[in-house]
Design a protein around this ligand. Structure first.
Ligand SMILES: NC(=O)c1ccc[n+]([C@@H]2O[C@H](COP(=O)([O-])OP(=O)(O)OC[C@H]3O[C@@H](n4cnc5c(N)ncnc54)[C@H](OP(=O)(O)O)[C@@H]3O)[C@@H](O)[C@H]2O)c1
Length: 314
């Protein structure tokens, strides 16, 4: 297939571009920067400069392009979001950005559209001991500042899965980690013993970006139109265990414990690590996409990432 990929230069976009190329697909990557175009050419893709939030410019940039599918992996998380306002640009990419990319998909003649979603589409709330399948209704939310982010994720999915004339698929990824700057930054913090962990972190599902990329290629090729898939590893961890795994991978002592309430100084990330609790069931992706994570637990995956992190440090 010929695929227009928004977010081609990001944490998931880079491994995804490589995997799409390896699977024989042609990639037209969107980026706002000349550097991004250069990287895309180096890996055998085409690069087009466009801002997906500028609808007219996006449609102009894609004039004359024909493609079979569009994949939306655009986020704006280069800086780790700690406050709610750090998420607003990403919320916009999931609302206005998705609408613009759907218009672009129609313009290039695409039949399929795959979009990035996230485990918190189920709501930034405590789902208790239950592991969630794709049939789980979205939570109405806690009536707090998280609701706007969940609403943006839900709107993104609704627009894509209900899009007329397009086969839409949504991928509800777990938390990403991988050989990328965000994960390396946390390994650095752990190694310098500057990473605290909440005493009783809530549960979450994670996924190595390479595994997420593999699931995305499978969803492009065989995802069922109008369906969402949970994409995560097999062993949900508490945030406390997850941060311990970073320290272990970095060869550092266990992070010191901090009362949950102290994490609330970070109103987005800290609150998320101590209040929302979600574990994903991935049986549907395994069954229908014929996919399984190469790293069944973040403990194994982080150990592998730490090897490349060490290589880059020395
Ligand atoms: N599920 C998850 O846990 C999840 C999901 C996403 C990201 N993250 C994390 O967030 C951190 C940063 O992610 P990242 O490195 O992918 O960076 P990012 O800043 O979130 O950028 C992601 C991609 O979106 C593109 N993009 C952003 N705004 C755009 C716009 N207006 N128009 C067109 N393209 C746009 C960027 O392209 P250009 O900059 O080239 O224009 C880039 O390719 C990483 O640690 C990652 O693991 C986690």
């Amino acid at each position: 297939m010929r695929v227009v990929l928004a977010g081609a230069t990001g944490a998931i976009g880079r491994p995804l571009t490589r995997r799409l190329r390896a699977a024989g697909h042609a990639v037209v990557g969107l980026t706002r920067h000349a550097d991004g175009v250069r990287w895309l050419r180096e890996v055998g893709a085409e690069g087009i400069v466009a801002d997906v939030l500028d609808r007219d410019a996006l449609l102009r940039a894609l004039a004359g392009v024909r493609a079979d599918a569009v994949i939306h992996e655009g986020t704006a998380l280069r800086k780790t979001p700690t406050r709610h306002r750090d998420l607003y640009p990403t919320d916009r990419l999931r609302t206005r950005g998705t609408a613009n990319l759907l218009a672009a998909a129609r313009g290039v003649g695409a039949r399929r559209f795959v979009t990035q979603s996230f485990l918190y589409v189920y709501g930034f709330v405590d789902h208790g001991e239950r592991a969630l399948t794709e049939d789980e209704p979205f939570s109405p939310g806690g009536g707090d500042r998280f609701d706007v982010h969940a609403a943006a994720m839900q709107a993104n999915e609704r627009h894509v899965l209900d899009a007329a004339g397009l086969d839409g698929v949504a991928l509800r990824y777990g938390f990403f980690y991988g050989p990328e700057s965000g994960t390396y930054g946390l390994l650095d913090l752990a190694a310098r013993r500057r990473m605290p962990a909440p005493r009783r972190g809530t549960m979450m599902s994670a996924v190595h970006v390479d595994d997420a990329a593999a699931a995305t290629v499978a969803a492009l090729e065989q995802g069922r139109a109008g369906h969402a898939y949970n994409v995560a590893d097999d062993h949900p961890l508490s945030w406390t265990e997850y941060l311990d795994a970073f320290a272990e991978a970095a060869g550092a002592p266990r992070p010191w414990r901090v009362p949950n309430a102290a994490f609330l100084v970070s109103p987005y990330l800290g609150a998320l690590m101590t209040r929302a609790s979600i574990r994903l069931v991935t049986a549907k992706a395994k069954r229908e996409l014929d996919w399984a994570p190469a790293y069944p637990s973040a403990r194994d995956g982080l150990a592998a990432v730490a090897q490349t992190w060490r290589g880059e440090r020395h």
